[in-house]
Ligand binder design. Structure first.
Ligand code: 5AD
Length: 346
């Protein structure tokens, strides 16, 4: 334990650690000192505000076949939908009227929306005075550029795992190099860029998770979302063991210590796998919640994994606010960009 405490101290001071040190900390049994250190660092760098991002899941069509994901193209047991462009804009309007300052458009990789459609939605939603985050998968650079020019502020694209072999196994037909290319382009085009990984994929090791952390740091990601792998029915991984919540929380904490001023959501996967998952995420370094703005019939169909909470947008927002208040934290009042607090090394 003594070595672990030394590494945690160093992380608090220097926000850096070597691969072996990260692996050592990932393996500790008593995660408490790590989570407490991350919570302190969160408070020091990004304060007590928790930012809310209204999540609109616009389509569950997907051309990809990721082994873990319930939306994979081969899943014939899923009723598919896309929201019309008009419905997306209307839903965003409702979310903005509810006080949300960021709208996240997330969906499977679905050719239904043309680049013009996507840019049109961005432009219209920006009129509501909100930040717009996209999470629509891989595109060529020119498409990302158009989205940025249309006013999109942020983009989420998880690397899922940085281990090339595991990446290849989990994502038939996708290329690891292209995913890294996408992230580089997004950064370069001035998006606040988010990435992240799944924790507890079959075959994943602590060494691989340490490499994921190093990748996040080297990319200087502006947002990191991660959560435990949850086996999804109608996927090849349906009968595998779920990811460990404690390891996922340790990852959240290590991300906070390595990248102290970024935005880190307490993710839906965390909130789904454990009753108090959102709360524990917020106590381990996270400072964002993404309440679901979907209407009932759509939301049920957006089944990346089972067990997602039912409820109206109002209920999801209310639930998030209650969790924030129960922790004596405050609800974010601005658009919640990455804190410009690089000078905050007091
Ligand atoms: N368990 C946990 N997270 C999942 N995702 C997809 N399928 C699963 C699953 N079975 C995550 C991926 C993706 C994000 C939108 O959802 O990491 O990037």
């Amino acid at each position: 334990m003594e070595r672990a405490l030394q590494i945690i101290n160093k992380l608090q001071r220097e926000h850096d650690a070597g691969r072996d040190e990260l692996i050592h900390v990932l393996k500790i049994d008593d995660s408490k000192p790590l989570l407490v250190a991350a919570d302190k660092t969160r408070e020091r760098f990004v304060g007590d505000e928790v930012h809310l991002r209204g999540l609109i899941e616009l389509t569950n069509f997907c051309r990809n076949t990721c082994l873990y994901c319930g939306l994979r193209a081969q899943n014939k047991n899923l009723k598919r939908y896309h929201m019309s462009v008009g419905d997306v804009i209307k839903t965003a309007r409702v979310a903005a009227d509810m006080g949300l300052k960021t709208i996240v458009l997330q969906g499977g990789e679905d050719a239904y929306y043309s680049l013009e459609d996507i840019c049109y939605m961005i432009t219209r939603i920006k009129e509501f005075g909100v930040a717009v985050t996209l999470s629509l998968g891989e595109f060529p650079r020119y498409a990302y550029k158009k989205m940025r020019q249309a006013g999109a502020d942020r983009y989420l694209l998880r690397i899922e795992t940085t281990n090339k072999r595991l990446y290849g196994k989990m994502h038939p037909g996708l290329s690891f190099e292209n995913r890294v290319r996408c992230l580089g382009d997004l950064k370069d085009l001035g998006f606040e860029t988010g990435t992240g990984c799944l924790v507890g994929l079959p075959g994943q090791t602590y060494d691989m998770l340490a490499d994921d952390l190093i990748f996040f740091k080297e990319l200087d990601a502006d947002m990191i979302g991660l959560g435990p792998f949850i086996p999804s029915p109608d996927t090849p991984l349906a009968h595998q063991r779920p990811g460990d919540v404690d390891v996922a929380l340790k990852m959240v904490a290590l991300v906070r210590l390595l990248l102290p001023d970024i935005n880190i959501p307490s993710t839906t996967a965390l909130g789904t796998i454990a009753g108090d998952g959102y709360k524990r995420g917020l106590e381990s370094g996270a400072n964002v919640i993404m309440p679901n703005m979907g209407m009932g019939h759509y939301k049920k169909l957006y089944s990346l994994y089972p067990g997602k909470m039912a409820g109206s947008p109002q209920q999801h927002l209310g639930n998030a606010k209650n969790i924030i208040r129960s922790l004596d934290r405050r609800i974010g009042t601005g658009q919640g960009f990455r804190a410009v607090s690089h000078s905050c090394f007091n």
